[in-house]
Design a protein around this ligand. Structure first.
Ligand SMILES: Cc1cc2nc3c(=O)[nH]c(=O)nc-3n(C[C@H](O)[C@H](O)[C@H](O)COP(=O)(O)OP(=O)(O)OC[C@H]3O[C@@H](n4cnc5c(N)ncnc54)[C@H](O)[C@@H]3O)c2cc1C
Length: 491
C-alpha cells in the first residue's frame, strides 16, 4: 500500500509478527464484508508474506451499549450470510456469538493465542475505538487497525475538520487519487495458503460453542438485551444493501437533488444502516453512482472547486448532491471523531456555540418534556411525534426531519446538556444506523458543530434553529403523516 492507502494502516504496537503462529487473523469489527475491504486485503497480504492461512473472525457480545433485539437481529443476519459464503468458498471462518455474559473476551483471547498477527478495522467511535486501543496495548502480536470507512483515509487529515467546507477542500484535492486506488473487489481470491484451520478444535476451547443460531428470534429471546426495541423488516445482509443501492440508482438518484428533502417522495438512498455495519463500502457506492454520469463524462471533468459544493464533479447535479452527502458529510464526522476522543462530549462543541448556548441556558422554555414523553412521541408537535414514531418503527428518520427532530429537543429540555443526553440515548437506542460517527456529527450539528453562527434568538442563541411550521411549508409530508402521525398507534 505505497499510495494514498498507506494512510489507512495504523500499527497499534511495535510488535513483530510471530512466525511460529498458525494463522493470520482478520477480525471484522465494523466492516462486515468480504468484498471491497482494505483491512481484509491487508490481512491477505500478511498471510501471503508469512505463508500462513487466514482466519476470518466475527463476534457478537451481549453487553454492548444499547444492545437490543433490533441490533442483534440485523447483525446476526449479516453473520449468517458471511458464514454461508465462507462455507461455500472454503474460507476459514470462526464466529463467537455470546450466550453467557462476559465470555467474549476469553473467546477472542483464545482465538488469538495461535495468531501470527491481528488485522482489524479502524473505527473512531463506540466500544470498538476503546477495544482497539486495549488490543494494541495488551497483545504480544502486532495489531494493525485498517481504515475501511470512507474514501479519504483517516490518516490523511492532521487535525479535526471544523466544518464541511474545510473537509471538502481536502476531499477535492485527494478525490481522484483515492478513487483510482479502490479496495479490491474480492481480496480473498489472492490468498495463497488455503490450508484448512481446525475450527472444530478451536471451538472446543472457547467458553461456549459460539455458533450463529439458525432461528434468531428464539435465540435472542433468552439473552439479557433490550427486547422492547423490536427487529426491523430490513435485512442486515450485503445482498439487501446491494439491492437497495441498485433501486436507489434507478429510482432515487435521478431526482435526488430536487426531492431528497421531501419525506413523501422516498428519493434518498436509505443506505445508512448497511454503511454503518460495513456491509457495503463507500467506494463501491461512489463507483456505482459515477458510472451513471452522462455519456462522455470522465474523471478529467473534475475540477478543484476550493471546497464549494457543486461544480466539482461537473456532470449530473444529482450526482454532485448525493456524493456531497456520502463523501463530505459522511466522512467529516469520521475524521472529527478520529482526532477527538471527546467527540461525544458537550464541551467538544466549537467555542462560539458553547458560549451562546451558555448565554441562553436560563431562557424560559414554553414546553419541557421528560425523556419518557419524548421516547413515547408524546409532544404537542405532530411532525416531531411522527419522526419519533418512524424512528421507533423503522429504526431511521428521514434526513430532513432528523434535523428538525434534533433541534426541537434543544427547545424542549431544561438545558442543552440534557438535550444532548436525551438525543444520544434516543438515537443510539432506536436507530439502526446509530452508534456511528455520523450519529455524533448529526446530533452535535444540531448544537452548532460544523456550522456557523446565525442570528441570535431565545434558547438557541446563535445556533441555527428550525421550526415545524416552516418544515410543513417547505416539504411534502402528507403521506408521511398518514403513516406516522398522531392518529397512528405507537409501536
Ligand atoms: C440529529 C441527527 C442524528 C443523526 N444520526 C445519524 C446516525 O445515527 N447514523 C447516520 O448514519 N447518520 C445520522 N445522521 C445523518 C443523516 O441524517 C443520515 O445519514 C441520513 O439521513 C441517512 O439516510 P440515507 O442513507 O437515506 O441518506 P442519503 O441522503 O441517501 O445519503 C447517503 C449517505 O450519505 C451520508 N449522509 C447523508 N446525509 C448526511 C448527513 N447529514 N450527515 C452525515 N452523513 C450523511 C449517510 O451515510 C447516508 O447513508 C443524523 C443526522 C441528524 C441531524
Amino acid at each position: 500500500m505505497k499510495n494514498i492507502n498507506s494512510h489507512r494502516v495504523f500499527h497499534r504496537n511495535q510488535k513483530e509478527p510471530d512466525t511460529g503462529g498458525k494463522y493470520v487473523v482478520y477480525w471484522m469489527q465494523s466492516a462486515h464484508r468480504l468484498h471491497y475491504n482494505f483491512a481484509l486485503e491487508y490481512a491477505v497480504g500478511w498471510a501471503n508474506k508469512l505463508d500462513k492461512p487466514l482466519l476470518l473472525y466475527e463476534e457478537l457480545k451481549n453487553d454492548y451499549p444499547w444492545a437490543s433485539d433490533r441490533i442483534h437481529t440485523f447483525y446476526l443476519e449479516g453473520m449468517q450470510e458471511i458464514r454461508d459464503y465462507c462455507r461455500e468458498h472454503n474460507h476459514n471462518y470462526l464466529s463467537f456469538v455470546e450466550e453467557e455474559p462476559e465470555t467474549n473476551k476469553r473467546a477472542y483471547l483464545e482465538m488469538l493465542r495461535n495468531a501470527c498477527c491481528l488485522v482489524t478495522d479502524e473505527f473512531p467511535v463506540y466500544f470498538i475505538r476503546e477495544r482497539n486501543r486495549w488490543l494494541g496495548e495488551h497483545l504480544d502480536i502486532p495489531v494493525y487497525t485498517v481504515d475501511n470507512n470512507g474514501l479519504i483515509p483517516l490518516g490523511l487529515t492532521e487535525k479535526d475538520p471544523y466544518n464541511a467546507y474545510f473537509f471538502r477542500k481536502i476531499m477535492q484535492r485527494n478525490f481522484v487519487e483515492a478513487y483510482t486506488h479502490p479496495p479490491k473487489q474480492n481480496p480473498l481470491e489472492e490468498l495463497k495458503n488455503r490450508e484448512e484451520i481446525d475450527i472444530k478444535s478451536l471451538r472446543k476451547k472457547l467458553p461456549t460453542r459460539g455458533e450463529i443460531p439458525e432461528e434468531i428470534p428464539k435465540f435472542i429471546n433468552e439473552l439479557p438485551i433490550d427486547h422492547e426495541v423490536k427487529p426491523l423488516e430490513i435485512k442486515g445482509t450485503r445482498q439487501a444493501a446491494l439491492g437497495k443501492l441498485g433501486r436507489f440508482v434507478q429510482y432515487g438518484l435521478p431526482e435526488y437533488d430536487e426531492k431528497r428533502n421531501d419525506p413523501d417522495e422516498s428519493k434518498v438512498s436509505g443506505l445508512s444502516p448497511w454503511l454503518h455495519f460495513g456491509k457495503i463500502s463507500e467506494h463501491e457506492i461512489v463507483q456505482t453512482v459515477l458510472d451513471h454520469q452522462p455519456k462522455g463524462w470522465d474523471l478529467g471533468d473534475i475540477s478543484f472547486n476550493k471546497g464549494s459544493t457543486g461544480g466539482f464533479f461537473n456532470g449530473d447535479p444529482n450526482i454532485d448532491g448525493f456524493l456531497d452527502e456520502v463523501i463530505t458529510w459522511r466522512e467529516v464526522g469520521f475524521h472529527f471523531a478520529h482526532h477527538r476522543p471527546d467527540y461525544a462530549e458537550f464541551e467538544s462543541l466549537p467555542d462560539w456555540a458553547l458560549e451562546t448556548l451558555r448565554d441562553h441556558k436560563d431562557d424560559p422554555r414554553e414546553w419541557i418534556y421528560s425523556y419518557e414523553e419524548l421516547e413515547n412521541a408524546q409532544t404537542h408537535d405532530e411532525i416531531w411525534n411522527a419522526a419519533q414514531r418512524q424512528l421507533r418503527q423503522e429504526g431511521i428518520i428521514h434526513n430532513y426531519l432528523r434535523m428538525l427532530w434534533g433541534k426541537k429537543v434543544i427547545e424542549w429540555t431544561p438545558d442543552p446538556q440534557t438535550a444532548l443526553e436525551y438525543l444520544i440515548e434516543l438515537n443510539n437506542k432506536f436507530a439502526i444506523d446509530g452508534r456511528d460517527p455520523n450519529s455524533y456529527s448529526g446530533i452535535f450539528w444540531c448544537f452548532g458543530r460544523f456550522d456557523r453562527a446565525w442570528q441570535e434568538r431565545p434558547i438557541f442563541g446563535k445556533v441555527r434553529y428550525m421550526t415545524s411550521k416552516s418544515t410543513r411549508r417547505k416539504v411534502k409530508l402528507k403521506k408521511y403523516l398518514d403513516r406516522f402521525g398522531d392518529q397512528q398507534a405507537l409501536l
